[in-house]
Design a protein around this ligand. Structure first.
Ligand SMILES: [Zn+2]
Length: 475
């Protein structure tokens, strides 16, 4: 029997609610990849001991929305100061066709490594790089790279049967798939990769790229039915900007959430990225149906989309999770900066809504719109809930040992904290990752992945960026 004793942690946040959000610890025993005990524990024979002095322990992060291929599209000049729609045309859609098996694999590796080094163990990637005649299998590459790093991976299989107008005007436009080919690939992927276990290492999700633009309404209805027959969840982008509201209203005479209701795309097996722009009745409907959100504050801020109404969504009963979104609308993709931003931006939103008392308002507000315990829960147990992986995302006896251990003694940024538990999120930056465990297996040790040549990875990324630019310009 293999057992690991994590000893003497300074603080433990559990990902749970209320008083259970913190555990005094200071020790955690892991047996056969699961948490066997938390408390003041003595060393037993056979224990390997991990000294967590000066360390803060969180559940490993669960990232519920990403586009890993964009790890090679950061800070792209034509899209840096534009809103969502022109950015899509300038950056991801203009560069998509330039990826080959090698550059796609490299992008996936860079993105996964960046996430792992932030303490993330589970990645849900919304990949929409699929087209007829594609000479590589991006799904297999993503699962392969995650397995090499020891990460849990949820493939949200994007794609489209329609060509979106913003792409149709580009010489690099990818041809859409047929509905039959798309659904056949979903069946193939489900059979090959989908594991329904509560602590699965591999999952598959039905995820047409953006409902109103990617498929006809009857195809979206069919896609939901196919997913539910195969036992797969549903995911997509929704209500990211006012432009999204305008086009769904123009196409269907409905708000985006009402449109999703009309095609069977709401429920506790569905979660949407963004949900920035919502009417009150849409918030109530999302709550009533327990449809979840992947909140992506950095991408929403970078693109000028807005700030999602997380407080109202949570009050309505919407499951809340955090996603980093693609690095092309973020310039980074790690769970510490994302949760740090979520913490600040929800409070700023609360302050923005404040009204002075002499004008009939209630005066100052906003500082309790998101606590660090809230954002840690959203980024861990909240993510596990929307992905349907209840055995991960929280620190409790019986849970899978997906654990991030941050050592706050390496960087003056974290010195002087009166409450070290909140340091990794509240102080921002990149806390030194003493250890990342996935199912009890140590993936990161002392801030490093084993056998990783970072200088070589940097050189390959520079070369790949040059090649992608040349291909986009040659189109
Ligand atoms: Zn996205």
């Amino acid at each position: 029997m293999t057992s690991l004793l994590i000893q003497n942690a300074t603080a433990i946040l559990t990902g749970l609610t209320g008083d259970a959000a913190r555990h005094p610890g200071p020790d955690i025993r892991i047996v056969e990849g699961r948490i066997a005990a938390i408390g003041r524990l003595a060393v037993e024979s056979g224990d390997r001991v991990l000294d967590a002095t000066d360390c803060v322990i969180y559940p490993a992060w669960v990232n519920t929305h990403h586009h890993l291929f964009q790890a090679l599209l950061k800070g792209e000049p034509q899209g840096i100061n534009t809103t969502l729609t022109p950015w899509l045309a300038a950056t991801p859609y203009r560069f998509r066709a330039g990826f080959d098996a090698d550059s796609f694999r490299l992008a996936a590796r860079i993105g996964m490594i960046e996430l792992a080094l932030s303490g993330c163990a589970t990645i849900a990637d919304h990949n929409y790089l699929y087209y007829p005649g594609q000479d590589y299998d991006p799904s297999a590459i993503l699962f392969d790279e995650a397995e090499k790093l020891g990460l849990r991976f949820v493939l949200c299989r994007g794609g489209a049967t329609l060509t979106r107008q913003l792409e149709a005007e580009l010489p690099q436009a990818l041809r859409p798939e047929s509905m039959a080919a798309y659904m056949a690939d979903m069946e193939r992927l489900a059979a090959k990769f989908h594991d329904p276990a509560p602590d699965a290492m591999r999952r598959v999700v039905m995820a047409p790229t953006t409902p109103p633009y990617s498929m006809q309404p009857d195809e979206l209805r069919e896609a939901a039915a196919v997913a539910r027959k195969l036992g797969l969840r549903l995911h997509s982008h929704l209500s990211e900007t006012v432009g999204y509201q305008d086009s769904v209203n123009a196409m269907h005479g409905l708000s985006p959430v009402r449109f999703c209701e009309s095609i069977g795309w709401l429920g506790d097996d569905v979660w949407f990225a963004h949900l920035v722009k919502l009417d009150p009745d849409e918030i109530a409907l999302l709550g009533k149906t327990r449809t979840g959100i992947a909140h992506c504050p950095q991408s929403n801020g970078r693109l000028g989309s807005g700030i999602a109404p997380i407080r109202a969504l949570a009050a309505a009963g919407v499951p809340i999770s955090i996603g980093v979104d693609g690095a092309a609308s973020n310039e980074a993709a790690d769970m510490i900066s994302e949760t740090h931003s979520a913490w600040l931006m929800q409070r700023a939103k609360g302050g923005e809504a404040a009204v002075a008392k002499y004008r009939g308002g209630a005066g100052e507000q906003g500082a309790d719109w998101a606590t660090v315990e809230d954002v840690v829960r959203w980024g861990t147990a909240g993510g596990a809930a929307v992905l349907g992986l209840p055995a991960i995302g929280s620190l409790a006896v019986g849970q899978a040992a997906d654990i991030a251990i941050y050592d706050l003694s390496h960087n003056p940024r974290y010195f002087g904290l009166h409450d070290p538990a909140i340091g990794p999120v509240a102080s921002g930056g990149t806390a030194h990752l003493r250890s990342l465990l996935v199912g009890g297996r140590e993936i990161v040790r002392d801030g490093k992945l084993p056998d990783l040549d970072m200088a070589e990875l940097a050189a390959r990324s520079r070369e790949a960026v040059r090649t992608l630019i040349a291909r986009a310009e040659a189109a």
